[in-house]
Design a protein around this ligand. Structure first.
Ligand code: ADP
Length: 689
């Protein structure tokens, strides 16, 4: 409870024509010091009453007041006690007023001498803003009040304060009465507040009582300077806050190379820094129809929209941002023409925007695109959900824009890092493959080469060798030379396919004819051996397929070759097709041969994989056939895989070929495919020699 009424209010009741002025603390300190200096420099014994808000303010001036007390025995110092300030009669009279007293919000200094008088009666203006900056900028505390040399005002102010002093320290009555007499103060008022009628002279000519115009100007100048300083301080503090925010976001996101972490940190810091209701970020491209809200920051009481699908193509605001390539702000979504339109002209996209605004309680909205070198990477959105709309400031938009730029850079860095990691892994894999390949190829070539060398050396060093043995030696050398040739040829074909240096000649093909052609090749190749029964179940009237004829025949021939190699004469081989899709046909080459163990069904497609190992090979293959088939089938966008019930249960090799959907062309004849196949084979053979 406050014990006394505001001195300023009481004084203004007596002098209603006086208008209080605004003072900063720095100005009041200067004025107070000037008034105190006047006492210290003068020869009079004035009445001095100083009321400090708190003991700590008084303590800074205690030394001064001890000196002032040497000049006069009518000195009164008032303050709210904090440590050891209490009622005391010493050098001067100390009055410790209640901590609840209105005086704690006021600053007074009264100097009343015989030939001069001055008073400073002020009240602190406490607003939420000043409270926030009080500790940081004490000198910017604001006061409102009267500072004057007017004797009558000074006398009335002295009277009011002496009455308060008497309330706190009644034992000083005699001393105070002395002061009244000495300084010819008007009589003490009966009521709490002096009334207009109590004042002798009720007409005050304020202009005549003005202090020296120079002093007045000085004060105005001081005040203006102080005001400018405050403004500059505030804008500096604002800038500093924003710079700190950008720095902290930048530093935090630079620490990570994980895009999700980067985005989460960015929304969190931005949301906290700007104190918005909701801050979200999502990744998107300009052409995306929708986006998923991946990361959000929420202020208390705001509902989450994380995981929701956000409209982009049918969102006029998103489209506007993409077109402008700049941020967009809406202060009040409730009456923004982009969101609200007349019913007749509302399109479905605008309706969906209204639904979005209502569903997410968006009142004020900011959309800031995240671009990197003109490429849209995502969008930052700030939502203010009420109760009242806010006006987005230009500097806020600039700040979010700056953060969006940083996010863009961080995302690209993360992307580049991920690509680099991928590339590294690929390179490592490639390096491993290359080393393996060199080792395996070397080994594969050395084996037949050693045989050839041994045969030729024997022939050269033993002229007496029997003609039969000589023939055996020659045949063995020739066989291994042929194996080497095949190996080199397959190896070159595979590397050509793997490096993408193949020119595909895609055409409409009759599958039945391709199977027949590959069968005749296989039969020609195995003309000296008894082959198992082979049945072509592929119908002639099937839809045409879309592939390169030469390579399609090659795949079929290789699969049939394998089936012949791994199936005994008594076994059976069938070629059939099935269709599980409108787009492609599945071709199956099945045999009743030795089968494949389930765990090897994928490995058989590896380069140089042979179940019996290269050295113990009896079938004469290179171990590259299935690897080549996989590359060819992938070339037309198909798949190839093996199935088998295990050892001695036969195998089935399946692959898919696209159906020729566009039109029905004149069917290429068997001969034309055969001609093209042979001429290409020849050309390839020549190139490899
Ligand atoms: P190769 O030239 O050795 O036949 P491939 O790549 O064509 O090389 O085949 C790799 C391995 O896959 C063969 O060595 C064999 O072990 C196995 N394989 C391929 N086709 C069949 C099949 N029809 N039946 C059983 N095993 C097969």
């Amino acid at each position: 409870m406050s014990r006394s009424k505001s001195v300023l209010t009481q004084l203004l009741q007596i002098f209603p024509q006086w208008r209080p002025q605004m003072y900063f603390k720095a100005s009041l300190t200067a004025l107070s010091h000037a008034m105190e200096d006047q006492v210290l420099a003068g020869s009079e014994e004035p009445l001095v009453i100083a009321s400090f808000q708190r003991e700590r303010f008084y303590r800074q001036e205690a030394q001064r007041y001890r000196r002032i007390a040497q000049k006069s025995n009518q000195v009164y110092v008032l303050a709210a006690p904090e440590t050891d300030f209490k009622h005391r009669s010493g050098d001067y009279e100390a009055v410790a007023f209640d901590c609840e007293d209105t005086l704690t919000q006021e600053w007074h200094l009264i100097v009343l001498g015989k030939s001069y008088s001055s008073c400073l009666i002020c009240q602190e203006k406490i607003t939420a803003q000043t409270k926030a900056i009080t500790t940081a900028m004490d000198n910017n505390r604001r006061f409102e009040g009267i500072w004057t040399f007017d004797r009558q005002v000074t006398e009335q102010a002295a009277n009011i304060l002496l009455k308060t002093i008497l309330d706190y320290r009644p034992e000083l009555e005699e001393k105070i009465q002395k002061a009244r007499d000495q300084y010819k103060l008007p009589n003490q008022f009966k009521g709490d507040t002096p009334q207009q009628k109590d004042i002798d002279n009720t007409t005050w000519d304020v202009t005549n009582n003005n202090p020296d115009p120079f002093v007045q100007r000085l004060v105005t100048y001081l005040q203006a300077g102080q005001y400018k300083l405050i403004k500059a301080n505030r804008s500096l503090a604002d800038k500093e806050h924003k710079e700190r925010l950008i720095n902290s976001v930048t530093t935090a996101i630079r620490l990570s190379l994980d895009p999700d972490e980067i985005l989460q940190i960015a929304v969190q810091k931005l949301g906290e820094g700007l104190g918005v209701c909701r801050c979200l970020v999502y990744r998107c491209k300009e052409t995306d129809p929708t986006a998923t809200i991946e990361h959000e920051f929420l202020n208390e009481g705001i509902h989450s929209i994380k995981g929701q699908t956000w409209p982009l193509r049918h969102n006029p605001l998103f489209q506007e941002v993409v077109e402008l390539r700049d941020a967009l702000t809406i202060d009040n979504a409730i009456n923004d023409p982009r969101v609200i339109k007349g019913k007749e002209e509302t399109t479905s996209s605008e309706q969906s925007l209204q639904i979005l605004v209502n569903r997410c309680s968006i009142l004020s909205w900011m959309l800031v695109p995240i671009f990197y070198r003109g490429r849209l990477l995502g969008m930052l959105e700030l939502h203010h959900c009420g109760p009242k709309p806010i006006t987005w400031k230009e500097e806020d938009v600039a700040l979010v824009n700056a953060i969006a730029t940083q996010i863009g850079v961080a995302l690209i860095q993360a992307e580049a890092y991920a690509n680099l990691q991928d590339l590294n892994e690929q390179l490592e894999a490639l390096d491993r493959t290359r080393s393996n390949l060199v080792a395996i190829t070397g080994h594969e070539l050395r084996t037949p080469l050693s045989t050839i060398q041994v045969c030729l050396e024997s022939l050269a060093s033993e002229p007496d060798m029997s003609p039969e043995l000589r023939q055996v030696m020659l045949n063995t050398a020739l066989q291994d030379a042929e194996r080497m040739r095949k190996l080199v040829q397959d190896f070159l074909t595979l590397s050509q396919l793997e490096s993408g240096r193949v020119e595909w000649n895609i055409e409409a093909l009759n599958l039945h004819e391709c199977v027949e052609l590959s069968l005749s090749n296989v039969r020609a190749r195995h003309k000296d051996t008894q082959l198992p029964d082979i049945e072509n179940l592929v119908k002639e009237e099937l839809p045409l397929v879309k592939a390169d004829g030469e390579w399609l025949v090659e795949v079929l021939a290789k699969l049939l070759d394998n089936a012949c190699k791994f199936t005994s004469e008594e076994g059976k081989i069938t070629i059939e097709v099935s269709s599980h899709s409108r787009n492609h046909i599945e071709v199956t080459v099945a045999d009743t041969g030795r089968g494949i163990e389930p765990k090897r069904l994928e490995t058989v497609f590896d380069r140089f994989y042979q179940e019996e190992g290269a050295l113990r090979r009896s079938t004469g293959g290179t171990g590259l056939g299935l690897a080549i088939c996989r590359q060819i089938v992938r070339g037309w966008g198909g798949k190839i895989w093996a199935e088998s019930q295990g050892k001695d249960h036969g195998s089935q090799f399946h692959f898919t070929v696209p159906i020729y959907l566009d039109q029905i062309p004149t069917q290429p004849s068997n001969q034309s495919i055969a001609r093209s196949y042979r001429s290409k084979q020849k050309a390839r053979g020549k190139r490899r020699k």
